[in-house]
Design a protein around this ligand. Structure first.
Ligand code: NAI
Ligand code: UGA
Length: 475
């Protein structure tokens, strides 16, 4: 079957960029991206897109109105599509069975029911969202139980591996594309149809085809392995601080072994983002349901280590500021969960701010891409504070780092934005209260030069504070 029309349900961080690149590389295919959020669709159709991704504006500008469309009008897009991507959110359940661990598939199910009610002829339905193993079973059950006779569905798993901040590059030049399908003639044909779409710009040897369950599981495993590397190096960072070793040196020496590899060994304040924790919890839950207790507890430790890293860092700020930060002013540089994105989901900055707010500190926050409204929404959420009014009193958001730092007792770097590497730290130091503290949660600042300026410096996985008052004795 030749794919002429594609519909994507969900215009989020995955659906939006994925379909924009698809439309860009396949001018012969009409791509319609749908979302039930009117606000999000209006933004996709405006000059200011709802998400920030380097390179995305240009691609959307070129394709929008040509073969790329954003709409809330889901029904006609489903009816005309040969292939439908389900790219909706699959958050961790907050209620009922599996609360706090299992993936909530209610949005995926709603899409399946909608597709079933509107389809005729042959349709390929593709799980783009990250789902538990065997989710495709549920989708196919819902589709076949709710549709008219004669409609033929194939459900494929085609997980997305893009990372935010590099989404366009990842989509243009992926390490691999994974497509899982039913092991039948019709299933294999559907897999080939989707391969044909990707082969517009990706060579066939980078497209892996597997059975559906391997594909669904591989996505969870890839995220679990990536998160595990970060937790591993973060565990070592604590050991470095206690021994006088430098975690960057240890990471380099370890990562140069080609069997280990050098990527994803940046110790940090902890990993954030919408997926690592959610997908790990999902893996833990699946293992528990299958009575694989040791497997579940093994992966749970990756999350536990991340919690430990975030709390260790936040506690160190209070401790170094003479064990009291009530009414002190602390500047938070960076609120996004990583650089080059405005996304704050599960950002370690939220955790750090929560901790400091509970101790009564005034926070001055600056981030180059996160909207002030988003920061306030995050910090006044019930997960962070039971007293949103108090938070609004304590938090001030700034649009430049120098004003944010003026009069502060300490600066805390939570996101590794490039501009924080190049700040004029002398200028910042001059306007701060003394002793001035710098907590570098991302290891991006030149520690020697800021020490020279006069800062007391704390970072991850390395001792840099030289003040005799503060220096810990060597182990
Ligand atoms: N954010 C990321 O970098 C990555 C996310 N993923 C996975 O992709 C999936 C989507 O993630 P994001 O794009 O980040 O989520 P998102 O929350 O940014 O976007 C999901 C969109 O789906 C829409 N939606 C939900 N139910 C709908 C319905 N019934 N009809 C129409 N629209 C509906 C929501 O309004 C929302 O705009 C998740 O399963 C996630 O785990 C996979 C790889 C990378
Ligand atoms: O399923 C998903 O949502 C995606 O999750 C991650 O992508 P993303 O969360 O966008 O960003 P990452 O670059 O993986 O960073 C995640 C977190 O780990 C942190 N990190 C990353 C790398 C590192 O060495 N150290 C470290 O602390 C980052 O600062 C960030 O907070 C994966 O990298 C993607 O392959 C996957 O598709």
């Amino acid at each position: 079957m030749v794919i002429e029309k594609i519909c994507c349900i969900g215009a989020g961080y995955v659906g939006g960029p994925t379909c924009s690149v698809l439309a860009y590389k396949c001018p012969n295919i009409k791509v319609t991206v749908c979302d039930r959020s009117k606000e999000r669709i209006e933004q996709w159709n405006s000059p200011k897109l709802p998400i920030y991704e380097p390179g995305l504006d240009e691609i959307v500008k070129e394709c929008r109105g040509r073969n790329l469309f954003f709409t809330t009008d889901l029904d006609p897009a489903i009816i005309e599509a040969d292939l439908i991507f389900i790219s909706v959110n699959t958050p961790t359940k907050t209620f009922g069975i599996g609360k706090g661990r299992a993936a909530d598939l209610k949005f995926v199910e709603a899409c399946s029911r909608k597709i079933a009610s509107l389809s005729s002829g042959r349709k390929i339905v593709v799980e783009k969202s990250t789902v538990p193993v065997h989710a495709a079973d549920s989708i196919i059950n819902i589709l076949t139980a709710n549709t008219r006779p004669g409609v033929e569905f194939q459900v494929l798993s085609n997980p997305e591996f893009l990372a935010e901040g590099t989404a366009v590059q990842d989509l243009l030049n992926p390490d691999r594309v994974l497509i899982g399908g039913e092991q039948s003639d019709a299933g294999r044909q559907a897999v080939e149809d989707l391969c044909w779409v990707y082969q517009h710009w990706i060579s066939r040897d980078k497209i892996i085809t597997t059975n559906t369950w391997s594909s669904e599981l591989s996505k969870l495993v890839a995220n679990a392995f990536l998160a595990q590397r970060i937790s591993s190096i973060n565990a070592i960072s604590a050991l470095c601080e206690a021994t006088g070793a430098d975690v960057s040196e240890v990471a380099q020496a370890t990562g140069m072994d080609s069997r280990i590899g050098s990527k994803f060994l940046q110790a940090s304040v902890g990993f954030g983002g919408s997926c690592f924790q959610k997908d790990l919890l999902n893996l833990v839950y699946i293992s528990e349901c299958l009575k694989l207790t040791e497997v579940a507890s093994y992966w749970q430790k990756v999350i536990d280590m991340n919690e430990y890293q975030k709390s260790r860092f936040a506690a160190r700020i209070v401790e170094r500021l003479f064990n009291t930060i009530t009414d002190k002013t602390i500047t938070i540089l960076g609120f996004a969960f990583k650089k080059n994105t405005g996304d704050t989901r599960e950002s370690p900055a939220i955790y750090v701010c929560k901790y400091l707010l509970e101790e009564g500190a005034n926070l001055h926050i600056y981030d180059p891409k996160v909207e002030p409204k988003q920061m306030m929404t995050d910090l006044t959420s019930p997960m962070v504070s039971v007293d949103p009014e108090k938070v609004r009193e304590l938090v001030k958001i700034y649009d430049d780092p120098y004003s944010a730092a003026a009069g502060a007792h300490a600066i805390v770097i939570c996101t590794e934005w490039d501009e924080f590497v190049r700040l004029d730290y002398q200028k910042i130091y001059d306007t701060m209260l003394k002793p001035a503290f710098l907590f570098d949660g991302r290891k991006i600042v030149d520690h020697e030069s800021v020490l020279e300026i006069g800062f007391h410096v704390e970072t991850i996985g390395k001792r840099v504070t030289r003040s005799p008052l503060l220096r810990a004795d060597p182990a």
